[in-house]
Design a protein around this ligand. Structure first.
Ligand SMILES: [Zn+2]
Length: 65
């Protein structure tokens, strides 16, 4: 069993069914965690303010004139 680091409720994830880098959400407090390591399981809260959207407006295609 894996407990939520925030509220300590059961996250209901099987240790042998998750991979490093996966994101799991706590059904109780709603916090998202990234799986850092799987043995033992180590979870890191996912930061919510990482909005970096500056490589979406590059129009280098079709401008041949
Ligand atoms: Zn929680």
């Amino acid at each position: 069993m894996v407990a939520c680091p925030e509220c300590e409720s059961d996250l209901d994830i099987a240790e042998d069914e998750i991979d490093e880098g996966e994101i799991v959400s706590c059904p109780e407090c709603g916090t998202d965690f990234e799986v850092i390591t799987v043995s033992p399981i180590e979870l890191k809260p996912v930061e919510e303010d990482y909005e970096e959207e500056d490589e979406d407006e590059e129009n280098e295609d079709g401008d041949l004139s």
